[in-house]
Each structure stands twice: as C-alpha cells, then as structure tokens.
Design a protein around this ligand. Structure first.
Ligand code: 5GP
Length: 204
C-alpha cells in the first residue's frame, strides 16, 4: 500500500525440531518473504553454498562483526557462532518487505528485546522421543553430542513463553500452512491496517 514497513517473523524452537526443513519448505512456496541469511563459524556441510545457506566466517571475522555491532543477534551454539546481519534486516524491513529469520532460541530472545514488534513463532516437537530419533537419524553427531543436544532441548522448551505462536511440527506441510496463516493474519491486524489508512488520509 503506502510506505509501510515490513514485518519481522522469527521462527525458532528446540534443536532438532526441524526448523531448517520447515523454513526451506516455506520458501519453496512463498516468494514475498525475504530470508535473512545468517553468518556462522561452523564448517560448510556437503551440499551447502556460501551466500545461500550461510555466510561462512572465521572466528576472528565473526568476533569483528560482533565488535562493530553488525549483528542483530548472535549466539554460540555447539561451539560455533551464529548471527543475523543487522543491516540486511533493517534495510529490508524499511523497504516494506517482510523478513524471515530461522534461528535458535538464545538469538530469538535477543531479537525480541530489540524488535518487540516482531512476530515470534515457536516450532514445537510432537514429542521429545521423536526429537531424539530425529537427532540420532541425522547421523552426523556422536551420541554424547546427541545427549547434550537433548538436554539443551528440554531447557529450550521452557522458553516457549517468550513467543506469540506455537506450531507443532508433526508434518512439514501442515506446519508450513500454519506459518502462512500466521503471516496472513499479522498482515490483517486492525492496528496495522488502521495505521496505513491514517497515514493515507494524513497524506491527502
Ligand atoms: P545448523 O548448524 O544445523 O545449520 O544450525 C544450528 C542451529 O543454529 C539451528 O537451530 C539454526 O536455527 C540456528 N541458527 C542458524 N542461523 C542462526 C543465526 O543467525 N542466529 C542464531 N542465534 N541461530 C542461528
């Protein structure tokens, strides 16, 4: 409509819940959202591409980004840094486009502090048992790591309170449909629409 800012959507949830899978499935369908590509110090996995999956950084480079306040949020996760580039998010929202972040829970809490007007979606595992199975079947981790991730996941689930919406990831396509419904509802919120019309009338 008229120079309206975009909405920041944040998808988060426990490790192994399938955030990445749901996000990828969502982006296969929805083209209006802009995905914010994260920075990370972890190694590139087979099949991943620089600038598509992540921007891969050395530890030194990442710490410089932190010092220069170039990250909207960052977290250390399983011994690596992950962070969201501030400039991309702010400029894209300013340009009226919705931005979508898929990040772990410590980072989501930081975003909530800086962007309380963001929309926070918690992706929830159907059960912790299934979460364990998913982590094990991913097969890239040793069992100690699996146990650690599970311990972390139990703590993360307690963090659900900080979110606006909860989506159970029992089936990827259903989870995607629910997230799309959330996005649509947020755009239809009375205060957002009223603000647009008020601005329009003021501009007359
Ligand atoms: P992976 O190494 O499997 O790609 O990601 C590990 C975890 O880091 C996932 O839970 C993912 O959502 C999270 N993650 C990815 N990018 C970011 C980011 O920019 N910030 C934060 N805080 N977490 C992220």
């Amino acid at each position: 409509m008229i120079d309206e800012k975009g909405i920041l959507f944040v998808l988060s949830g426990p490790s192994g819940v399938g955030k990445g899978t749901v996000r990828k499935a969502l982006f296969e369908q929805d083209t209006d959202l802009r995905y914010s590509i994260s920075m990370t110090t972890r190694n590139k996995r087979p099949g991943e591409t620089e600038g598509i999956d992540y921007f891969y950084k050395s530890r030194e480079e990442f710490e410089q980004l932190i010092d220069q306040n170039q990250l909207l949020e960052y977290a250390k996760y399983v011994n690596n840094y992950y962070g969201t580039p501030r400039k991309y998010v702010e400029e894209t929202l300013e340009a009226g486009k919705d931005v979508f972040l898929e990040i772990e829970v410590q980072g989501a809490l930081q975003v909530r502090e800086n962007f309380p007007e963001g929309v926070f979606i918690f992706l929830f595992p159907p059960s912790l048992d299934e979460l364990k199975e998913r982590i094990v079947s991913r097969g890239t981790e040793t069992s100690d790591l699996v146990l650690n991730r599970l311990k972390e996941a139990k703590k993360e689930i307690d963090l659900m309170d900080a979110y606006d919406y909860v989506v159970v990831n029992d089936q990827v396509d259903l989870a995607v449909a629910k997230i799309q419904a959330i996005i649509q509802s947020e755009h239809l919120k009375r205060e957002r629409i009223a603000k647009q019309y008020k601005r329009l009338l003021e501009a007359e």
